[in-house]
Design a protein around this ligand. Structure first.
Ligand SMILES: Nc1ncnc2c1ncn2[C@@H]1O[C@H](COP(=O)(O)OP(=O)(O)OP(=O)(O)O)[C@@H](O)[C@H]1O
Ligand SMILES: [Mg+2]
Length: 251
């Protein structure tokens, strides 16, 4: 039976109901390398959390650990999603529980059209978004439904990767550097989509090197440095805090 986690020991926990997604004292390793060094943070339902920090701070590792991929291995700590213990789950089970990870390399399947990539992600019976709903959100993908996925532009591939996650019934979208390598006008387009996804009630963790853009979109931010958390607060607080920005985000 899944029990409601007690987060009274969590220093950053607001005096409200437990958060939708909670990471508590998570320690993760690649083999002997100790990378994620005991982090705790909460994400509330329907919010966008920016997970920021310098190169090598541990952002991707944190997303992978939450998504329960085999590397890095979580050796200690708890991860809860909507009262379900993710830390006891495989990546497949975590995905069934509602986590959708969009990795940095996007993983579009070669040899398949846009629509085939989306259909492959749909589970039977389809309980995720219908193709029409996905195409309404990404009209560019509708226009290119018969084009091979890997021949899309970088921005369109990012849209396809997000769309594919939505084809499953996700509650939380984990995005690893979705703006990487994209022109500002395409970033605008993806940002607009992320706002609509938020309006649909989906919770997002956004990892981005483009910290300013991420903070403009996010409700809250967590900043990592060498595998630990150095800041947990609102996005506005980070934007207003010159020292924090200079020291950890170089902006
Ligand atoms: N497969 C791996 N095996 C060993 N060490 C790894 C592995 N992947 C990442 N690391 C190390 O873990 C640390 C954190 O890496 P991670 O990729 O999580 O950082 P990041 O914050 O996502 O950085 P970036 O902004 O460059 O993407 C780094 O020191 C990195 O070298
Ligand atoms: Mg990374």
């Amino acid at each position: 039976m899944n029990v409601k986690p007690d987060f009274s020991k969590h220093a950053n926990q607001a005096a409200t109901a437990p958060a939708f997604l909670s990471v508590w004292d998570m320690h993760a390793y690649y083999g002997e390398s100790y990378i994620v060094q005991g982090i705790s943070f909460n994400v509330h339902e329907g919010e966008i959390l920016a997970l920021l920090g310098r190169n090598g701070a541990g952002k991707t590792s944190t997303l992978r650990a939450i998504a329960r991929l085999s590397d890095p291995e979580v050796k200690r700590g708890e991860i809860w999603l909507d009262h379900q213990p993710l830390h006891n789950m495989s990546s497949y089970q975590a995905s069934q529980a509602g986590l959708g990870l969009v990795p940095e390399d996007r993983r579009i399947i070669a040899g398949l059209t846009v629509e085939e990539n989306l259909k492959l992600a749909q589970i039977a019976p389809p309980i995720g978004w219908s193709l029409e709903r996905v195409y309404d959100l990404f009209p560019r993908l509708r226009e290119r439904r018969t084009q091979e996925g890997v021949t899309l532009s970088g921005g369109e591939q990012q849209m396809l990767a997000i769309a594919r996650a939505l084809c499953r019934d996700i509650k939380v979208l984990l995005l690893d550097e979705p703006y990487e390598g994209l022109a500002p006008v395409i970033v605008d387009e993806i940002e607009k989509t992320l706002r609509i996804i938020k309006e649909q009630g989906i919770t997002t963790i956004l990892v981005e090197q483009n910290a300013v853009r991420a903070l403009q979109l996010a409700d809250r931010a967590v900043i990592l440095d060498t595998g630990g958390i150095v800041f947990d607060g609102t996005a506005a607080e980070v934007l207003e805090n010159k020292e924090l920005r200079e020291e950890y985000l170089a902006i």
